[in-house]
Design a protein around this ligand. Structure first.
Ligand SMILES: [Zn+2]
Ligand SMILES: [Zn+2]
Length: 270
């Protein structure tokens, strides 16, 4: 998800400042108009536009309120939905790898442990109903927003812990099956304390919430790219090594199918 979603925590703050400032400027403009009142008719002439301005501002406030709610609900829907899709995809990768390794090394303890981890993650990482959360957000915004953020932060933390155990077990299982995996580039751990984040958001009257929301976008984005790299490394390790030949011109080792040498550029006779 792009960082454009940062409008979710920032927009309410901007709206509050905008509406507060407008209200203040209306109040300030009242003073000279009131002091110029000398007769009853001029009093009416002075007050009518003020009432209009206040109502206009009230309408704007209501409008901003619903815009903020809708964008927030949409953001939480996408966040929870992509979390669900990632966990489902992860589980199916787990079970595919486990079945594959069980054929190659049926008596390996690590391979059966992979099965347990997959089962565990199936229990711990149930889908969260994204639509229900989004709709609830429209009605009980602050509570549902905090709860959703709490769950998302906690879920990623648990998921990353499980992932790190899984990687070790997977490497052992592959080695029991006679396949040496490359050492994985380590996952980045995002050890956020969601409970502390709730307290900090309350103490700072929502200012910390802006940072929290940012971490939700950033941490998940980072995790997904780590995960993609991890999957690529597994797939690469399963690819048969490409057939090679020597370049007739410079002697470099090049792919057998190459029509030109990537080193010296000379055409190759096949
Ligand atoms: Zn993951
Ligand atoms: Zn060459």
């Amino acid at each position: 998800m792009g960082y454009v979603w940062m409008i979710v925590p920032i927009l309410p703050a901007l709206a509050a400042v905008l509406i507060g400032a407008s209200l203040l400027s209306i109040l300030v403009s009242i003073i000279p108009r009131i002091s110029s009142i000398t007769q009853p008719q001029t009093a009416q002439n002075a007050i009518t536009p003020i009432i209009g301005e206040v109502f206009g501002l009230y309408g704007l406030a209501i409008f901003m309120f619903y815009v903020v709610l809708l964008i927030g609900a949409l953001a939480f829907y996408y966040m929870i939905d992509r979390r669900n899709r990632h966990f489902v995809r992860q589980r199916s990768l787990f079970s595919t790898l486990q079945r594959y390794l069980a054929l190659k090394a049926p008596y390996s303890e690590s391979v059966s442990r992979l099965g347990y981890i997959a089962e565990d993650s199936g229990c711990d990482e149930r889908d969260r109903p994204a639509g229900v959360w989004a709709v609830l957000f429209l009605f009980v915004t602050p509570i549902v927003g905090l709860l959703a953020a709490y769950n998302l932060t906690q879920d990623l933390r648990r998921h990353e812990d499980a992932q790190s155990v899984y990687q070790t077990t997977l490497t052992n299982a592959f080695s029991d099956a006679g396949i040496q995996l490359p050492s994985f580039s380590p996952f980045k751990f995002h050890r956020r304390e969601p409970f502390l984040f709730i307290i900090l958001s309350a103490i700072t009257v929502g200012l910390f919430w802006i940072y929290w929301f940012y971490t939700l976008l950033k941490d998940y984005n980072e995790h997904f790219s780590d995960q993609a790299r991890f999957e690529d490394q597994i797939l690469d390790s399963q690819r048969p090594p490409e057939a090679t030949k020597l370049c007739g011109s410079c002697g470099a080792t090049i792919p057998r199918s190459a029509k030109f040498c990537p080193i010296c550029g000379k055409p190759q006779t096949i």
